[in-house]
Design a protein around this ligand. Sequence first.
Ligand SMILES: Nc1ncnc2c1ncn2[C@@H]1O[C@H](COP(=O)(O)OP(=O)(O)OP(=O)(O)O)[C@@H](O)[C@H]1O
Ligand SMILES: [Mg+2]
Length: 244
Amino acid sequence: MQPAIEVRGLGKSFGHQRVLDGLDFTVQPGEVFALLGVNGAGKTTIINILTTLIRPDEGTALVAGCDVALDPVGVTQRIALTGQSVAVDDVLTGAENLVMMGRLSGLGPARAKARAAELLERFALTDAANRRVGAYSGGMRRRLDLALSFLVTPTVLFLDEPTTGLDTRSRRELWAVIRSLAEAGTTVLLTTQYLEEADQLAHRIAVLDGGRIVASGTPDELKALVGVATLDDVFLALTDKESA
Ligand SMILES: Nc1ncnc2c1ncn2[C@@H]1O[C@H](COP(=O)(O)OP(=O)(O)OP(=O)(O)O)[C@@H](O)[C@H]1O
Ligand SMILES: [Mg+2]
């Protein structure tokens, strides 16, 4: 089977700072893959390259069979992205944001409206549906932003720190949504700083440090690798080794 994501020798520098340094990884279709790393590890840079927002300096990346450099349109047709900064229109209501984006994604008017109502319900925004987004709280904006990325079912879904800024209940709800999407066949690449989140959600985890993947495997494999019980310990052990 063709991998959903295949990254080979990816390198990226900003000025003199080498952010990605020969990165390799592969994600299989239907897999939930977590990139785990601290602030500045390069998580958003990887997502930006894979979603064609920026170009790598070296290496190749295939997403849903399309090369990000040679066929960026092919890539964008097969993916959805929720970025780290919220991208909703303040002037419109929550419902209007969803319907507009649904129409832009090719849904008919009735289908876009129905889908908007479903997602407002799923992300606990029904009561706020007809309020302007400018008046939403941070958590509500985040949930609306996530709802937008679930409008159409993509082949590959990219989520950059999806639960940052969500309360515990919303976080658990989002985990459930991500799991059901993966069960239906969507590949998910998410970034997180939360070890619990990676442990809960991901089939496989890659630990990012110094522009490279310093360890990868299932949550259990990672724990076995360094002979410690929790992913927190894995992370500490690996990143200590790197800086030593
Ligand atoms: N456009 C840019 N210009 C210059 N430096 C950049 C740019 N984008 C990212 N960087 C630098 O690259 C490094 C990696 O940034 P990136 O945003 O990928 O990290 P991250 O893992 O997503 O961090 P966070 O957890 O804070 O979101 C950082 O040191 C950052 O300052
Ligand atoms: Mg980031």
